[in-house]
Design a protein around this ligand. Structure first.
Ligand code: MN
Length: 295
């Protein structure tokens, strides 16, 4: 099943002929905190799925272009992310790399991106106005956690996955000597985490370790890889993260970028496509306001 979050946090089921609004299958109290609808749906999936399917049979389909898509989980409690998780990406940033000595996510662990940076498919990623810094795209498979996970061994880890989505990890690069901010800040500007277009349930995707992952800037194919090349697999990422903290339903894991990262500029259109997960396009523009601190 493909689940859409759209407009003012409506929830829809996506099929070939459009999006069917199934928000009424969810409890009324969620209208008081609509951004939590997807988290609640994930937490109560076995119970709520039949009601969602029933409402979907009576709802009229709406074209995806006719709605404003939100991030696949706009209320994600956390976004955990893997650094350096494709061998050929390690080293390609030269002086701009913060990872040294060829270390991968297996040695480094993980970092966080702020959920405040989430963006939906078709949205606009905003770069700081008048910036001279380099802002890159990173093309990543996103994992959405389905149930509370703590100390989960990798051979059971995929049981804790609710689904998948496409994620662009927008990143401000460091500049040696002048801009050496930490990852969390560089990757957490508003709009720097496009996630979508939909949340695709795990049964539709199957093995997350054999999916083509591609990204285009305008018509240029910039990134092309397969998740079979992940150094730390989806299952091992869940083992690693859950050995540190408790993963919650709705949490997002950005699994890391393959090689080919490069700049995004105002006016660009960036498109990510992951096999069996979907395709999402976003626009890049300059923020309307000059920030009081320059980047
Ligand atoms: Mn990344």
């Amino acid at each position: 099943m493909k689940i859409a979050s759209f407009n003012d946090h409506r929830v829809g089921i996506v099929s070939e002929d459009g999006i069917r609004d199934v928000t009424n299958a969810l409890p009324d109290f969620l209208s008081q905190l609509p951004w939590q609808r997807i988290n609640w749906l994930i937490s109560h999936w076995p119970q709520v799925k039949p009601a969602i399917e029933a409402v979907a049979t009576t709802a009229a389909p709406v074209a995806p272009q006719a709605v404003k898509l939100l991030a696949a989980n706009p209320g994600a409690p956390h976004i955990y992310a893997a650094p350096a998780n494709y061998r050929k990406h390690i080293g390609e940033l030269g002086e701009r790399a913060v990872t040294t000595g060829g270390r991968s996510a297996r040695e480094q662990g993980f970092f966080l991106k702020a959920p405040a940076s989430l963006l939906g498919s078709g949205g606009t990623l905003l770069l700081p106005k008048h910036t001279l810094r380099r802002f890159d795209h990173e093309s990543e498979l996103a994992v959405i956690i389905g149930r509370t996970a703590r100390n989960v061994p990798r051979d059971q880890a995929l049981d804790y996955v609710f689904g998948y989505s496409c994620l662009i990890d927008g990143t401000m690069r460091i500049e040696k000597g002048t801009g050496e901010e930490e990852r969390t800040m560089r990757k957490s500007f508003d709009t720097f985490t496009p996630l979508g277009p939909y949340l695709v349930t795990a049964d539709e995707v199957g093995n997350p370790g054999n999916l083509y992952n591609r990204l285009w800037v305008n018509d240029d194919l910039r990134q092309q890889a397969n998740t079979s090349e992940l150094i730390v697999s989806v299952a091992e990422l869940i083992e690693m993260m859950s050995s540190v903290l408790t993963l919650q339903p709705g949490d997002v894991i950005a699994t890391g970028t393959p090689e080919g990262v490069g700049p995004m500029l105002p006016g660009d259109t960036v498109r990510i496509e992951i096999e069996r997960v979907g395709s999402m396009s976003i626009n890049v523009a300059e923020h309307a306001d000059v920030s009081p601190r320059a980047y």
